[in-house]
Design a protein around this ligand. Structure first.
Ligand code: GAL
Length: 415
């Protein structure tokens, strides 16, 4: 009798031990990295995960900027079937944390000393009430202009350093039958261009007041009127087929020489590189006119799921994401720079080095700012309210005065 129960207990214990040791780490990863450059980048993570014995189930939801992915996420969580790992960033991390559905990944973060490896500004986005709730992969810069080098040379155009220069260059291209601005008419792309104009025309302090602090005086100011005036001018620089176009197809227009410029974050560089193009020779990068740096940090949050295979998968994924080699290879493909501060940038190109240097300088000068268009500055309700107005203005003949009034009202109603 006694022997039997000892045997039963021993068997149970060894079974538990076996399960713990041999559970295959599993993840189901929801992300929106489906363009050429993006898919190549996320492939680096898939391969590393597999080489550590993990099983990766892909849940890609196409749609730049992630709006569709976030809708899919909400549906999965509401149906009680959250994916294990989700591409999630900025205040949305906190919003999901408040819903009580995120896992705590502090054990990995503390073991791997993330506090020592990340700048404070990035680490703070990854923490929820002092615990680690997300792992960062990169720093994307949003305020970039990309150009086809041959097209600019052919028309004797330099990279613009002011918005007035940009307008002149665009007019010149237009007169020569080249589409000046490759753009896709999707709300998040309109918002991306808009925030670079806010930063450029208003300056970093104005950007902070208007798009981070949501200060009513800034939202209705003459400066904001000028921003909408510039948006109206830029509406005249896009081609007729722009509605609904994906951002990477807009990048392809610059790659092919069909268009001169694109204003887009440096994930666009991932497309140029995937097409075999070289910065400085085939394409040019420059920050959009004006001071400051708009950052967009991609990260992954783990959702609360049961089962040792899934939990191990989450911990492994978190560890790999912050791995030194992964941060290098992934970002070489993605167009961004590593979130970790100790990754050598020797193999990175001139655009990445500019990004890294200007990020450091702007952090010191107080002009390192979160991108509103990419969900780093505001909660969803507020950023959505702003984007609705920006896109309504861009796609109609609304006056700039009406736009600023509408903006202030929309922001107030979203609070
Ligand atoms: C951004 C994201 C980037 C890039 C881009 C286009 O929001 O941070 O990594 O993928 O969307 O899809």
């Amino acid at each position: 009798m006694i022997k039997k129960s000892v045997l039963a207990v021993t068997t149970a214990l060894s079974l538990t031990a076996t399960n713990a040791v041999f559970a295959t780490p599993e993840v189901e990863v929801l992300h929106w990295w489906t363009s050429g450059g993006e898919a190549k980048s996320v492939g680096v993570l898939k391969d590393e995960f597999a080489s550590r014995g993990g099983e990766w189930t892909d849940m890609p939801v196409a749609g730049g900027g992630g709006d569709a992915a976030m809708t899919a996420l909400r549906a999965r969580v509401l149906s009680g079937n959250a994916p294990t790992a989700v591409q999630l960033k900025g205040p949305a991390i906190q919003e999901w944390y408040e819903e009580g559905v995120l896992s705590d990944i502090s054990a990995v973060a503390e073991k791997e000393n993330w506090d020592d490896l990340l700048p404070e500004s990035i680490a703070s986005h990854m923490k929820c009430e002092g615990t680690w709730c997300a792992a960062p992969v990169n720093v994307h810069r949003v305020d970039w202009i990309w150009a086809n080098a041959a097209v600019l040379a052919e028309h004797d155009i330099e990279m613009p350093t002011t918005w007035a220069e940009f307008n002149l260059a665009a007019e010149k291209l237009q007169a020569a039958g080249v589409t000046p601005l490759a753009h896709g008419g999707q709300a998040w792309q309109d918002a991306t261009v808009f925030e670079t104009v806010v930063l450029g025309l208003g300056g970093p302090e104005f950007f902070q007041q208007a798009l981070v602090d949501l200060d009513e005086a800034a939202l209705t100011s003459d400066t904001m009127v000028q921003v909408f005036d510039q948006m109206r001018i830029m509406r005249g620089f896009v081609d007729d087929n722009f509605p609904g176009r994906d951002w990477n197809l807009a990048t392809a227009m610059v790659i092919n020489g069909e268009a001169g410029f694109q204003i887009m974050g440096d994930w666009a560089k991932g497309e140029f590189l995937a097409a075999g193009k070289t910065p400085g020779t085939d394409f040019l990068c420059a920050s959009t006119p004006g001071d400051g740096f708009l950052y967009n940090v991609d990260s992954f949050a783990m959702f609360d799921v049961r089962g040792s295979d899934k939990e191990e998968g989450q911990m492994l994924l978190a560890e790999l994401i912050m791995g030194q080699n992964f941060q290098k290879v992934f970002n070489l493909n993605k167009g961004s720079i590593p979130a970790r501060t100790d990754v050598a940038l020797d193999d990175f190109d001139s655009c990445a080095l500019t990004s890294s240097n200007e990020m450091a300088a702007s952090a010191e000068g107080g002009s390192l700012l979160p991108s509103y268009a990419h969900g780093m500055a505001l909660r969803g309700a507020q950023s959505g309210a702003i984007t609705d107005v920006v896109t309504a203005h861009f796609n109609s003949d609304m006056s700039s005065q009406d736009a600023v009034q509408m903006l202030a009202t929309a922001v107030k109603n979203s609070m």
